[in-house]
Design a binder for this molecule. Structure first.
Ligand SMILES: *Cc1c(COP(=O)(O)O)cnc(C)c1O
Length: 479
Protein backbone atom coordinates (compact mmCIF):
# COMPACT_ATOMS: atom_id res chain seq x y z
CA UNK A 1 0.00 0.00 0.00
CA UNK A 2 1.63 3.25 -1.01
CA UNK A 3 -0.88 5.54 0.58
CA UNK A 4 0.33 5.48 4.13
CA UNK A 5 3.88 6.68 3.96
CA UNK A 6 2.97 10.16 2.84
CA UNK A 7 5.63 12.11 4.65
CA UNK A 8 6.88 13.90 1.54
CA UNK A 9 9.17 16.75 2.28
CA UNK A 10 8.67 16.45 6.02
CA UNK A 11 11.67 15.46 7.99
CA UNK A 12 11.71 14.08 11.47
CA UNK A 13 12.23 16.33 14.42
CA UNK A 14 14.55 19.04 13.03
CA UNK A 15 15.35 20.54 16.39
CA UNK A 16 11.68 21.06 17.27
CA UNK A 17 10.48 20.05 20.71
CA UNK A 18 9.12 16.53 20.31
CA UNK A 19 7.77 15.98 23.78
CA UNK A 20 4.33 15.91 22.15
CA UNK A 21 5.22 12.84 20.13
CA UNK A 22 5.09 9.26 21.25
CA UNK A 23 8.53 8.43 22.48
CA UNK A 24 10.50 5.31 21.60
CA UNK A 25 8.69 2.33 22.98
CA UNK A 26 5.23 3.73 22.31
CA UNK A 27 4.60 1.16 19.57
CA UNK A 28 5.57 -1.61 22.00
CA UNK A 29 3.24 -0.12 24.62
CA UNK A 30 0.36 -0.10 22.10
CA UNK A 31 0.95 -3.79 21.33
CA UNK A 32 1.32 -4.70 25.02
CA UNK A 33 -1.98 -3.02 25.92
CA UNK A 34 -3.69 -4.77 23.03
CA UNK A 35 -2.35 -8.20 24.00
CA UNK A 36 -3.41 -7.72 27.61
CA UNK A 37 -6.90 -6.66 26.49
CA UNK A 38 -7.41 -9.68 24.24
CA UNK A 39 -6.44 -12.09 27.05
CA UNK A 40 -8.67 -10.23 29.51
CA UNK A 41 -11.59 -10.21 27.06
CA UNK A 42 -11.40 -14.00 26.88
CA UNK A 43 -10.90 -14.40 30.65
CA UNK A 44 -13.80 -12.06 31.45
CA UNK A 45 -16.17 -13.70 28.98
CA UNK A 46 -16.51 -10.87 26.47
CA UNK A 47 -15.38 -13.47 23.94
CA UNK A 48 -16.73 -16.98 24.12
CA UNK A 49 -18.11 -19.70 21.85
CA UNK A 50 -21.47 -17.92 22.09
CA UNK A 51 -19.95 -14.45 21.63
CA UNK A 52 -17.42 -15.09 18.91
CA UNK A 53 -16.80 -11.48 17.81
CA UNK A 54 -16.04 -8.29 19.73
CA UNK A 55 -14.65 -4.80 19.14
CA UNK A 56 -12.19 -3.33 21.65
CA UNK A 57 -11.20 0.32 22.12
CA UNK A 58 -7.96 1.33 23.84
CA UNK A 59 -8.99 4.28 26.03
CA UNK A 60 -5.39 5.01 27.07
CA UNK A 61 -4.39 5.24 23.43
CA UNK A 62 -7.33 7.46 22.50
CA UNK A 63 -6.45 9.90 25.29
CA UNK A 64 -2.81 9.89 24.15
CA UNK A 65 -3.79 10.70 20.55
CA UNK A 66 -6.05 13.55 21.67
CA UNK A 67 -3.21 14.96 23.77
CA UNK A 68 -0.78 14.62 20.85
CA UNK A 69 -3.16 16.55 18.59
CA UNK A 70 -3.54 19.39 21.11
CA UNK A 71 0.20 19.55 21.68
CA UNK A 72 1.00 19.52 17.97
CA UNK A 73 -1.02 22.65 17.20
CA UNK A 74 -0.28 24.35 20.52
CA UNK A 75 3.34 24.04 19.46
CA UNK A 76 2.87 26.10 16.28
CA UNK A 77 0.09 28.65 16.89
CA UNK A 78 0.53 32.09 18.41
CA UNK A 79 -0.62 31.84 22.04
CA UNK A 80 -4.24 32.90 22.46
CA UNK A 81 -5.33 31.73 18.99
CA UNK A 82 -8.70 29.96 19.20
CA UNK A 83 -8.27 26.35 18.03
CA UNK A 84 -11.13 23.85 17.84
CA UNK A 85 -10.21 20.24 17.13
CA UNK A 86 -13.53 18.79 15.95
CA UNK A 87 -13.47 15.00 15.82
CA UNK A 88 -14.97 13.71 12.55
CA UNK A 89 -17.81 11.65 14.04
CA UNK A 90 -18.07 9.72 10.75
CA UNK A 91 -14.83 7.89 11.67
CA UNK A 92 -16.18 6.32 14.88
CA UNK A 93 -19.86 7.11 15.38
CA UNK A 94 -20.09 5.82 18.94
CA UNK A 95 -21.49 8.13 21.62
CA UNK A 96 -19.06 7.07 24.41
CA UNK A 97 -16.07 7.57 22.07
CA UNK A 98 -17.25 11.07 21.13
CA UNK A 99 -17.84 11.79 24.85
CA UNK A 100 -14.33 10.58 25.72
CA UNK A 101 -12.82 12.85 23.07
CA UNK A 102 -14.96 15.75 24.27
CA UNK A 103 -13.66 15.13 27.80
CA UNK A 104 -10.19 15.41 26.25
CA UNK A 105 -11.05 18.84 24.87
CA UNK A 106 -12.28 18.02 21.37
CA UNK A 107 -15.46 19.05 19.58
CA UNK A 108 -17.32 17.25 16.82
CA UNK A 109 -17.57 17.51 13.03
CA UNK A 110 -20.87 16.04 11.86
CA UNK A 111 -22.31 15.38 8.42
CA UNK A 112 -25.84 14.04 8.93
CA UNK A 113 -28.76 14.37 11.33
CA UNK A 114 -27.66 11.07 12.91
CA UNK A 115 -24.12 12.26 13.53
CA UNK A 116 -25.40 15.54 14.95
CA UNK A 117 -27.69 13.62 17.29
CA UNK A 118 -24.76 11.40 18.38
CA UNK A 119 -22.61 14.45 19.11
CA UNK A 120 -25.40 16.04 21.14
CA UNK A 121 -26.01 12.77 23.02
CA UNK A 122 -22.29 12.78 23.83
CA UNK A 123 -22.66 16.27 25.32
CA UNK A 124 -20.77 18.22 22.67
CA UNK A 125 -22.16 21.79 22.77
CA UNK A 126 -23.16 23.70 19.59
CA UNK A 127 -20.15 26.01 19.78
CA UNK A 128 -17.84 22.97 19.53
CA UNK A 129 -19.79 21.41 16.64
CA UNK A 130 -19.30 21.85 12.90
CA UNK A 131 -21.82 20.69 10.25
CA UNK A 132 -20.32 19.73 6.87
CA UNK A 133 -22.65 17.42 4.96
CA UNK A 134 -22.79 17.91 1.17
CA UNK A 135 -26.57 17.29 1.13
CA UNK A 136 -28.04 19.32 3.98
CA UNK A 137 -31.83 19.67 3.84
CA UNK A 138 -33.52 23.00 4.65
CA UNK A 139 -34.60 21.53 8.01
CA UNK A 140 -31.02 20.56 8.90
CA UNK A 141 -29.76 24.02 8.00
CA UNK A 142 -32.52 25.69 10.00
CA UNK A 143 -31.76 23.54 13.07
CA UNK A 144 -28.02 24.13 12.87
CA UNK A 145 -28.38 27.90 12.49
CA UNK A 146 -30.89 28.03 15.35
CA UNK A 147 -28.60 26.03 17.62
CA UNK A 148 -25.54 28.11 16.75
CA UNK A 149 -23.67 25.23 15.11
CA UNK A 150 -21.02 26.22 12.58
CA UNK A 151 -22.12 25.46 9.02
CA UNK A 152 -19.90 25.08 6.00
CA UNK A 153 -21.97 25.53 2.85
CA UNK A 154 -20.93 23.12 0.14
CA UNK A 155 -22.17 24.92 -2.95
CA UNK A 156 -23.97 28.01 -4.30
CA UNK A 157 -27.42 26.41 -4.03
CA UNK A 158 -26.86 25.63 -0.36
CA UNK A 159 -25.69 29.19 0.27
CA UNK A 160 -28.88 30.44 -1.40
CA UNK A 161 -30.86 28.31 1.05
CA UNK A 162 -28.99 29.91 3.94
CA UNK A 163 -29.80 33.33 2.44
CA UNK A 164 -33.47 32.38 2.30
CA UNK A 165 -33.48 31.12 5.89
CA UNK A 166 -31.87 34.33 7.14
CA UNK A 167 -34.48 36.38 5.27
CA UNK A 168 -37.42 34.30 6.51
CA UNK A 169 -39.83 35.74 9.12
CA UNK A 170 -38.81 33.43 11.96
CA UNK A 171 -35.06 34.02 11.54
CA UNK A 172 -33.16 35.25 14.60
CA UNK A 173 -32.10 38.89 14.40
CA UNK A 174 -28.50 37.97 15.16
CA UNK A 175 -26.88 35.03 13.40
CA UNK A 176 -25.16 33.09 16.17
CA UNK A 177 -23.83 30.33 13.96
CA UNK A 178 -20.53 30.89 12.17
CA UNK A 179 -21.05 30.19 8.46
CA UNK A 180 -18.43 29.47 5.83
CA UNK A 181 -18.05 27.99 2.37
CA UNK A 182 -16.25 24.76 1.60
CA UNK A 183 -13.85 25.08 -1.28
CA UNK A 184 -12.12 22.42 -3.33
CA UNK A 185 -8.64 23.70 -4.14
CA UNK A 186 -8.38 21.01 -6.86
CA UNK A 187 -4.79 20.21 -5.92
CA UNK A 188 -5.18 16.58 -6.98
CA UNK A 189 -5.79 13.14 -5.53
CA UNK A 190 -3.92 10.53 -3.53
CA UNK A 191 -3.57 6.79 -3.89
CA UNK A 192 -7.21 6.00 -3.08
CA UNK A 193 -9.54 7.66 -5.58
CA UNK A 194 -12.68 7.18 -3.52
CA UNK A 195 -11.17 9.18 -0.64
CA UNK A 196 -9.58 11.99 -2.65
CA UNK A 197 -11.76 15.06 -2.24
CA UNK A 198 -9.62 17.67 -3.98
CA UNK A 199 -9.54 16.24 -7.49
CA UNK A 200 -10.71 18.33 -10.44
CA UNK A 201 -14.13 16.67 -10.46
CA UNK A 202 -14.64 15.95 -6.73
CA UNK A 203 -18.23 16.30 -5.60
CA UNK A 204 -17.23 18.39 -2.56
CA UNK A 205 -17.15 22.15 -2.17
CA UNK A 206 -16.82 24.93 -4.71
CA UNK A 207 -14.26 23.85 -7.32
CA UNK A 208 -11.93 26.85 -7.11
CA UNK A 209 -10.11 26.44 -10.40
CA UNK A 210 -13.25 26.10 -12.49
CA UNK A 211 -13.96 29.10 -14.65
CA UNK A 212 -15.45 31.94 -12.65
CA UNK A 213 -15.56 29.97 -9.38
CA UNK A 214 -12.94 31.90 -7.45
CA UNK A 215 -14.50 35.21 -8.42
CA UNK A 216 -17.89 33.86 -7.36
CA UNK A 217 -16.53 32.94 -3.92
CA UNK A 218 -14.88 36.32 -3.42
CA UNK A 219 -18.12 38.06 -4.44
CA UNK A 220 -20.21 35.79 -2.19
CA UNK A 221 -18.19 36.98 0.82
CA UNK A 222 -18.31 40.63 -0.29
CA UNK A 223 -22.10 40.42 -0.47
CA UNK A 224 -22.50 38.58 2.84
CA UNK A 225 -20.67 40.15 5.79
CA UNK A 226 -21.82 37.22 7.95
CA UNK A 227 -19.66 34.71 6.05
CA UNK A 228 -16.70 34.41 8.40
CA UNK A 229 -15.19 31.01 7.77
CA UNK A 230 -13.50 29.17 4.94
CA UNK A 231 -13.32 25.38 4.84
CA UNK A 232 -11.34 22.74 2.97
CA UNK A 233 -10.74 19.03 3.46
CA UNK A 234 -8.30 17.67 0.91
CA UNK A 235 -9.06 14.02 1.45
CA UNK A 236 -8.53 11.07 3.73
CA UNK A 237 -6.25 7.99 3.76
CA UNK A 238 -3.86 7.95 0.81
CA UNK A 239 -3.31 11.71 0.51
CA UNK A 240 0.39 12.62 0.78
CA UNK A 241 1.16 15.18 3.49
CA UNK A 242 2.55 17.62 0.92
CA UNK A 243 -0.76 17.59 -0.96
CA UNK A 244 -2.74 18.24 2.24
CA UNK A 245 -0.45 21.19 2.98
CA UNK A 246 -0.96 22.54 -0.56
CA UNK A 247 -4.73 22.35 -0.17
CA UNK A 248 -4.56 24.36 3.06
CA UNK A 249 -2.13 26.87 1.51
CA UNK A 250 -4.52 27.52 -1.39
CA UNK A 251 -7.41 28.02 1.02
CA UNK A 252 -5.36 30.42 3.16
CA UNK A 253 -4.45 32.44 0.04
CA UNK A 254 -8.14 32.70 -0.82
CA UNK A 255 -8.97 33.94 2.71
CA UNK A 256 -6.28 36.61 2.34
CA UNK A 257 -7.80 37.68 -0.98
CA UNK A 258 -11.31 37.87 0.48
CA UNK A 259 -10.09 39.88 3.45
CA UNK A 260 -8.01 42.25 1.31
CA UNK A 261 -11.10 42.89 -0.83
CA UNK A 262 -13.24 43.45 2.27
CA UNK A 263 -10.67 45.71 3.88
CA UNK A 264 -11.19 43.87 7.16
CA UNK A 265 -10.72 40.44 8.68
CA UNK A 266 -14.02 39.11 7.44
CA UNK A 267 -12.77 35.52 7.32
CA UNK A 268 -11.68 35.06 10.92
CA UNK A 269 -11.46 31.26 11.04
CA UNK A 270 -9.98 28.67 8.70
CA UNK A 271 -11.27 25.11 8.90
CA UNK A 272 -8.51 22.91 7.48
CA UNK A 273 -10.39 19.57 7.63
CA UNK A 274 -8.87 16.26 8.65
CA UNK A 275 -7.32 13.53 6.56
CA UNK A 276 -4.01 12.71 8.25
CA UNK A 277 -3.19 9.20 6.98
CA UNK A 278 -2.62 6.21 9.26
CA UNK A 279 0.19 3.68 8.82
CA UNK A 280 -1.75 0.42 8.73
CA UNK A 281 1.49 -1.57 8.49
CA UNK A 282 2.83 -0.88 12.00
CA UNK A 283 2.00 0.39 15.49
CA UNK A 284 3.93 3.61 14.88
CA UNK A 285 2.16 6.87 14.04
CA UNK A 286 3.66 8.09 10.77
CA UNK A 287 3.17 10.92 9.98
CA UNK A 288 2.41 12.44 13.37
CA UNK A 289 0.11 15.37 14.12
CA UNK A 290 3.24 17.31 15.08
CA UNK A 291 4.89 16.64 11.72
CA UNK A 292 1.77 17.85 9.93
CA UNK A 293 1.52 20.97 12.10
CA UNK A 294 5.18 21.80 11.49
CA UNK A 295 4.82 21.21 7.75
CA UNK A 296 1.85 23.58 7.73
CA UNK A 297 3.74 26.23 9.68
CA UNK A 298 6.69 26.00 7.29
CA UNK A 299 4.49 26.32 4.19
CA UNK A 300 1.76 28.66 5.47
CA UNK A 301 3.24 30.70 8.35
CA UNK A 302 0.42 33.29 8.17
CA UNK A 303 -2.04 30.62 9.25
CA UNK A 304 -0.48 30.61 12.70
CA UNK A 305 0.29 34.28 13.37
CA UNK A 306 -2.88 34.80 15.40
CA UNK A 307 -5.02 36.47 12.71
CA UNK A 308 -7.06 33.33 12.11
CA UNK A 309 -8.81 30.97 14.45
CA UNK A 310 -8.37 27.33 13.44
CA UNK A 311 -10.67 24.35 13.17
CA UNK A 312 -9.42 20.84 12.41
CA UNK A 313 -11.52 17.75 11.64
CA UNK A 314 -9.39 14.66 12.18
CA UNK A 315 -11.04 11.24 12.34
CA UNK A 316 -9.02 8.22 11.31
CA UNK A 317 -5.72 9.48 12.74
CA UNK A 318 -7.32 9.86 16.20
CA UNK A 319 -9.10 6.51 16.43
CA UNK A 320 -7.96 3.88 13.91
CA UNK A 321 -4.96 2.75 15.92
CA UNK A 322 -6.99 2.24 19.06
CA UNK A 323 -9.54 -0.27 17.83
CA UNK A 324 -9.13 -4.04 17.54
CA UNK A 325 -11.61 -6.60 16.28
CA UNK A 326 -11.20 -10.00 17.89
CA UNK A 327 -12.91 -13.07 16.44
CA UNK A 328 -12.93 -16.76 17.29
CA UNK A 329 -11.71 -19.26 14.76
CA UNK A 330 -14.70 -21.58 14.25
CA UNK A 331 -13.22 -24.09 11.80
CA UNK A 332 -10.05 -24.68 9.86
CA UNK A 333 -9.80 -26.48 6.54
CA UNK A 334 -7.71 -26.75 3.41
CA UNK A 335 -8.66 -25.79 -0.12
CA UNK A 336 -6.40 -26.19 -3.14
CA UNK A 337 -3.58 -26.93 -0.73
CA UNK A 338 -4.02 -23.67 1.21
CA UNK A 339 -5.08 -23.65 4.86
CA UNK A 340 -8.18 -21.55 5.54
CA UNK A 341 -9.30 -20.35 8.98
CA UNK A 342 -13.03 -19.66 9.06
CA UNK A 343 -13.62 -16.91 11.64
CA UNK A 344 -16.48 -14.64 12.70
CA UNK A 345 -14.89 -11.44 11.38
CA UNK A 346 -15.44 -10.63 7.74
CA UNK A 347 -17.27 -8.28 5.46
CA UNK A 348 -19.69 -7.15 8.18
CA UNK A 349 -16.93 -5.39 10.15
CA UNK A 350 -14.21 -4.88 7.53
CA UNK A 351 -16.25 -4.00 4.47
CA UNK A 352 -13.61 -1.92 2.74
CA UNK A 353 -10.90 -4.52 3.27
CA UNK A 354 -13.03 -7.33 1.89
CA UNK A 355 -14.19 -5.44 -1.21
CA UNK A 356 -10.95 -3.50 -1.84
CA UNK A 357 -8.20 -5.62 -0.24
CA UNK A 358 -5.35 -3.88 -2.04
CA UNK A 359 -6.36 -0.41 -0.80
CA UNK A 360 -7.23 -1.50 2.75
CA UNK A 361 -4.95 -4.32 3.93
CA UNK A 362 -5.20 -5.00 7.68
CA UNK A 363 -2.62 -6.49 9.99
CA UNK A 364 -3.85 -9.72 11.55
CA UNK A 365 -2.59 -11.00 14.92
CA UNK A 366 -3.05 -14.62 16.00
CA UNK A 367 -4.01 -15.53 19.57
CA UNK A 368 -4.67 -18.90 21.15
CA UNK A 369 -7.86 -20.06 22.88
CA UNK A 370 -6.89 -18.15 26.06
CA UNK A 371 -6.11 -15.02 24.12
CA UNK A 372 -2.33 -15.35 24.39
CA UNK A 373 -0.22 -14.36 21.36
CA UNK A 374 0.34 -17.47 19.27
CA UNK A 375 3.85 -18.56 18.49
CA UNK A 376 5.07 -21.16 16.07
CA UNK A 377 6.36 -21.36 12.52
CA UNK A 378 4.37 -19.20 10.13
CA UNK A 379 2.15 -20.85 7.59
CA UNK A 380 0.61 -19.09 4.62
CA UNK A 381 -3.14 -19.21 5.12
CA UNK A 382 -6.38 -17.37 4.40
CA UNK A 383 -8.34 -15.73 7.20
CA UNK A 384 -11.97 -15.94 6.14
CA UNK A 385 -15.14 -14.36 7.49
CA UNK A 386 -18.56 -15.90 8.15
CA UNK A 387 -20.42 -14.44 5.16
CA UNK A 388 -21.71 -16.52 2.26
CA UNK A 389 -19.64 -15.25 -0.61
CA UNK A 390 -16.21 -16.35 -1.76
CA UNK A 391 -14.52 -12.99 -1.40
CA UNK A 392 -15.25 -12.71 2.33
CA UNK A 393 -11.58 -12.77 3.40
CA UNK A 394 -9.98 -10.60 6.07
CA UNK A 395 -6.57 -11.59 4.72
CA UNK A 396 -5.48 -13.74 1.81
CA UNK A 397 -2.30 -15.85 1.77
CA UNK A 398 -1.06 -14.33 5.04
CA UNK A 399 1.86 -15.93 6.94
CA UNK A 400 0.60 -16.58 10.47
CA UNK A 401 1.17 -19.21 13.14
CA UNK A 402 -1.05 -22.19 12.25
CA UNK A 403 -4.59 -21.44 13.40
CA UNK A 404 -6.84 -24.02 15.05
CA UNK A 405 -10.50 -24.03 16.03
CA UNK A 406 -10.98 -22.08 19.29
CA UNK A 407 -8.05 -19.74 18.56
CA UNK A 408 -8.63 -16.05 18.00
CA UNK A 409 -7.62 -13.64 15.27
CA UNK A 410 -7.43 -9.90 15.72
CA UNK A 411 -7.80 -7.33 12.95
CA UNK A 412 -5.68 -4.38 14.04
CA UNK A 413 -6.15 -0.62 13.54
CA UNK A 414 -9.90 -1.01 13.10
CA UNK A 415 -11.04 1.75 15.48
CA UNK A 416 -12.12 4.07 12.64
CA UNK A 417 -14.29 3.22 9.62
CA UNK A 418 -14.32 -0.50 10.46
CA UNK A 419 -16.20 -2.20 13.28
CA UNK A 420 -18.42 0.79 13.99
CA UNK A 421 -19.40 0.76 10.28
CA UNK A 422 -21.42 -2.40 10.20
CA UNK A 423 -22.56 -3.88 6.92
CA UNK A 424 -25.65 -6.06 7.33
CA UNK A 425 -24.71 -8.85 4.90
CA UNK A 426 -26.24 -12.24 5.84
CA UNK A 427 -28.07 -10.49 8.69
CA UNK A 428 -24.90 -10.84 10.74
CA UNK A 429 -25.28 -8.99 14.07
CA UNK A 430 -23.36 -5.88 15.02
CA UNK A 431 -20.76 -7.01 17.59
CA UNK A 432 -20.54 -5.59 21.08
CA UNK A 433 -17.85 -2.94 21.59
CA UNK A 434 -15.95 -2.45 24.83
CA UNK A 435 -13.44 0.15 25.91
CA UNK A 436 -10.52 -0.99 28.03
CA UNK A 437 -7.97 0.51 30.40
CA UNK A 438 -5.48 -0.75 32.98
CA UNK A 439 -7.23 -1.42 36.30
CA UNK A 440 -4.27 -0.16 38.32
CA UNK A 441 -3.33 -3.57 39.73
CA UNK A 442 -1.91 -5.14 36.59
CA UNK A 443 -5.24 -6.20 35.12
CA UNK A 444 -7.60 -4.79 32.51
CA UNK A 445 -11.02 -3.25 33.14
CA UNK A 446 -13.70 -2.95 30.45
CA UNK A 447 -16.61 -0.56 29.90
CA UNK A 448 -19.45 -1.23 27.48
CA UNK A 449 -19.46 1.11 24.49
CA UNK A 450 -22.20 -0.65 22.55
CA UNK A 451 -24.13 -3.84 23.26
CA UNK A 452 -24.05 -6.65 20.74
CA UNK A 453 -27.07 -6.64 18.45
CA UNK A 454 -29.62 -9.33 19.28
CA UNK A 455 -31.35 -11.57 16.76
CA UNK A 456 -34.63 -10.03 17.93
CA UNK A 457 -33.36 -6.60 16.97
CA UNK A 458 -32.27 -7.87 13.55
CA UNK A 459 -35.82 -9.14 12.94
CA UNK A 460 -37.27 -5.81 14.09
CA UNK A 461 -34.94 -3.84 11.80
CA UNK A 462 -35.84 -6.18 8.95
CA UNK A 463 -39.53 -5.32 8.90
CA UNK A 464 -40.59 -7.79 11.59
CA UNK A 465 -43.47 -5.52 12.58
CA UNK A 466 -44.76 -5.57 9.01
CA UNK A 467 -44.54 -9.32 8.33
CA UNK A 468 -47.90 -9.39 6.52
CA UNK A 469 -47.27 -6.10 4.74
CA UNK A 470 -46.77 -7.52 1.26
CA UNK A 471 -49.14 -10.51 1.30
CA UNK A 472 -52.10 -8.29 2.26
CA UNK A 473 -51.72 -6.01 -0.78
CA UNK A 474 -54.29 -6.70 -3.54
CA UNK A 475 -53.09 -9.55 -5.73
CA UNK A 476 -53.68 -7.72 -9.03
CA UNK A 477 -54.29 -9.65 -12.21
CA UNK A 478 -51.84 -12.29 -13.40
CA UNK A 479 -51.22 -12.42 -17.06
C1 LIG B 1 -14.25 12.38 6.40
C2 LIG B 1 -14.04 13.81 6.71
C3 LIG B 1 -13.14 14.19 7.71
C4 LIG B 1 -12.28 13.20 8.48
O1 LIG B 1 -11.35 12.56 7.65
P1 LIG B 1 -10.24 11.60 8.31
O2 LIG B 1 -9.50 11.06 7.14
O3 LIG B 1 -10.98 10.54 9.05
O4 LIG B 1 -9.39 12.43 9.19
C5 LIG B 1 -13.03 15.53 8.02
N1 LIG B 1 -13.75 16.46 7.35
C6 LIG B 1 -14.63 16.14 6.38
C7 LIG B 1 -15.40 17.20 5.72
C8 LIG B 1 -14.78 14.80 6.02
O5 LIG B 1 -15.62 14.49 5.03
Amino acid sequence: MDGTGGTDGVDGTDGVDVTDERGAGAAEAVAARRDAAVAAAVAQGLLSPDRPLVGLLDVTGIRASAAALHAAFAGVVTPGTPVLHAFAVKATPLVPAVRLLHAEGLGAEVASPGELALARAAGVPPEATVLDSPAKTPAELREALALGIAVNADNPQELARVDALLASPGAPAVLRAPVGIRVNPQVGGGSIGALSTATATSKFGVALRDEGARAWVVRAYAERPWLTRLHTHTGSQGIPLALMVRGVAETYALAEEINARAGRRQVDTLDIGGGLPVDFSSDTDRPTFAQYARALRAAVPGLFDGRYGLVTEFGRSLLARHGTVVARVEYTKRAGGRPVAVTHAGVQIATRTVYAPDAWPLRIAAYDAEGRPKAGPRVVQDVAGPACFAGDLLAEARALPPLEPGDHVAALDTGAYFFAHHYGYNSLPRPGIHGFAPDGTGGVVFATVRDAQTVKSIVAESGGAHAAGLTTLPPGTRR
